[in-house]
Design a protein around this ligand. Structure first.
Ligand SMILES: Cc1cc2nc3c(=O)[nH]c(=O)nc-3n(C[C@H](O)[C@H](O)[C@H](O)COP(=O)(O)O)c2cc1C
Length: 187
């Protein structure tokens, strides 16, 4: 028996992306974005309201995206509940923000995986926009690489956002090979 939930839109999982940017004075900032995703192999898209981050990205044309992991859950949530319009979140978090070598945006050193992005499209403005960015470079801590030099998400422990319960969950075990387990139904 199924129950109708109207337009609840429970698409799960949602990402927990930490989007970092600089303002016009070079002050670093970071925000949490769950309405975001990889919209093609080398592009990231997100919907963003009227935030300090929005104004920064519109001005600078660049940002970085760090998927949040279990070790960084507290700062990830903090970046989603405090605003850079009122506080220097980089200082308050105690984390290390360094300038990306590829784009005009900061990298948060304590986050093990970061995509450095150039803005390719803004639908809207600093009051709210759908932003697309091209991934120029990906930085990864060696501690989360497997023997083949690929990101090992078992080691990384990425968070996902559970909008139904407003909580964070950890992505877990591997359960089957993609483009593989379905082959049993092709025989
Ligand atoms: C779990 C979570 C997910 C969020 N996702 C988004 C999002 O996708 N888009 C958005 O505009 N705001 C989102 N927010 C809210 C912003 O992160 C929040 O307003 C933040 O204070 C903006 O920071 P800033 O003003 O320093 O840029 C989210 C917050 C949380 C806690």
């Amino acid at each position: 028996m199924k129950k109708s939930l109207g337009n609840a839109g429970e698409l799960f999982p949602q990402s927990v992306f930490i989007i970092a940017s600089y303002d016009e004075n070079g002050v670093p900032n970071a925000m949490n974005a769950a309405w975001a995703g990889e919209c093609s192999r080398h592009e990231i898209c997100f919907n963003i309201g009227s935030h300090k981050t929005t104004a920064n990205i519109v001005k600078k044309g660049a940002f970085t995206v760090a998927p949040a992991d279990l070790a960084n859950v507290v700062s990830a949530d903090y970046f989603g509940i405090a605003t850079g319009n009122k506080v220097n979140k980089a200082e308050q978090s105690g984390l290390t923000f360094t300038k990306s070598e590829h784009v005009d945006a900061p990298v948060i050193e304590e986050y093990p995986l970061t995509m450095e992005c150039e803005v390719t499209d803004v639908q809207g403005d600093e009051n709210g926009a759908r932003i697309t960015g091209k991934i120029v470079n990906t930085l990864v801590d060696e501690s989360i690489l497997d023997e083949d030099g690929k990101v090992d998400f078992g080691k990384f422990k990425p968070l996902v956002y559970d909008a139904a319960h407003m909580t964070y969950r950890v992505v877990g075990e591997e359960v089957g090979g993609a483009w593989k387990v379905g082959r049993t139904l092709m025989e």
